[in-house]
Design a protein around this ligand. Structure first.
Ligand code: CP3
Length: 350
């Protein structure tokens, strides 16, 4: 089947065939956060690296943890092991992870602080991530696709402005109401850095990139158009200007009924679906526009029980008759039993 992403053959990895619009009998499957703390082999390498960020910037170890879930489970796609917050760090913002709590940054909430982070000071840090991609590409078999990623400008900006994760994205919302020009300037920096970064990832060998907009659901329709759709479109255009064949997955988590606008407005090739989306709406209104990816609830996977197979069936029943990539609706939880992942794969693949 022809698509903007180019021609596929039976040799093309299943994940890329689905992204190109093919309906497959057995959908390709990978899981968000598939490299992570639920795997003992990950915890071992993470301890060796010393910290999460040290692991992200160590190409040998980051490549190793990227490949671990592929070796153990044979997922259809590997995702680069890194984080969305390496982009603000590359822009010169201080970043660290408070053990057991999450990311911390020195907040950017006025023009003076923005001028400080408008530097290329740390741009070299991203070189080590590109090196990770070269290493993974060299050892990944041809049937397994390789996914790169960045955070969407809105979601990255929520962390840059608040200096941490917040329940309601209040600090970022306050700033775009109080000083939209300053907020726009922050978004512009993220857009420019993300285009450069994704283009470098594609040049180094990833097959597709995903743009994570984890906090898209926090915005009403107008703000969503301005702060999610418009900047994401600029990234899509900036990537396609250099790599016209690039496959781009958008994941505006929580956008629900605004997803069709997002797909048309951004030009992404495929879209991720959160767990609590109305599946009938997604099948009837979103999937005819683009291939969809999702949307098993990570809590269902963690809980196991007969409900797990039932819910896998429900996801497959909703999306399996069109172009579809099986995934979760958000990242796998750190206390998920490995046996549940094995059961999920069996249920998807038969
Ligand atoms: O999917 C993958 O396996 C690829 C790696 C990946 C990570 N983070 C590794 C990670 C990806 C794609 C991300 C994206 C990311 N990072 C997002 C968007 C997706 C989402 O989850 O909503 C966001 C918002 C972040 C920022 C971030 N990084 C937070 C809020 C946290 C703390 C919460 C947590 O789970 O600990 C992180 C840490 C993080 N990123 C870990 C991993 C494996 C855990 C670090 C550890 O090993 O202790």
């Amino acid at each position: 089947m022809d698509s903007p992403a180019g021609k596929t053959t039976s040799e093309t990895p299943a994940f890329l065939r689905a992204l190109a619009g093919e309906t497959l009998k057995v959908p390709p499957v990978w899981l968000m956060r598939q490299a992570g703390r639920y795997l003992p082999e990950y915890r071992e390498v993470r301890a060796k690296a010393g910290s999460f960020l040290a692991l992200c910037y160590n190409p040998e170890l980051a490549a190793e943890v990227t490949l671990q879930p592929i070796r153990r489970f044979g997922f259809d796609a590997a995702i680069l092991f890194s984080d969305i917050l390496v982009v603000p760090q590359a822009l010169g913002q201080k970043l660290w992870f408070a053990e057991g709590e999450g990311p911390r940054l020195e907040p950017v909430a006025d023009a003076a602080r923005l001028s400080e982070i408008d530097s290329e000071a740390n741009a070299g840090k991203l070189d080590s991530i590109i090196e990770t991609i070269l290493r993974v590409r060299a050892s990944l078999d041809r049937g397994t696709a390789f996914i790169g990623f960045c955070g969407a400008p809105w979601t990255v900006a929520t962390y840059m402005v608040a200096g941490r994760g917040t329940p309601d994205q209040g600090p970022a919302k306050t700033l775009f109401h109080a000083d939209p020009a300053l907020f726009e300037a922050i978004i512009d920096r993220i857009v420019a850095a993300s285009i450069t970064y994704l283009n470098a990832q594609i040049a180094a060998g990833v097959d597709a990139v995903q743009i994570f907009d984890s906090w898209a659901g926090a915005l009403g329709p107008e703000d969503f158009r301005r702060w999610c759709i418009a900047p994401t479109r600029r990234i899509v255009e900036g990537v396609r200007a250099v790599h016209p064949q690039a496959r781009i997955i958008g994941f505006p988590r929580g956008a629900g009924r605004l997803i069709p606008d997002y797909v048309k407005g951004t030009g992404v090739d495929a879209v991720g679906l959160e767990s609590d989306i109305d599946r009938e709406f997604a099948r009837e209104v979103i999937q005819p526009l683009v291939p969809v990816q999702g949307n098993l609830d990570p809590l269902t996977l963690r809980a196991g029980g007969p409900e797990l197979e039932e819910q896998v069936e429900a996801v497959m029943g909703a999306f399996g008759s069109g172009p579809f990539v099986f995934n979760l609706g958000h990242g796998i939880l750190p206390d998920t039993p490995i046996a549940h992942v094995e059961r999920l794969l069996k249920a998807v693949r038969g």
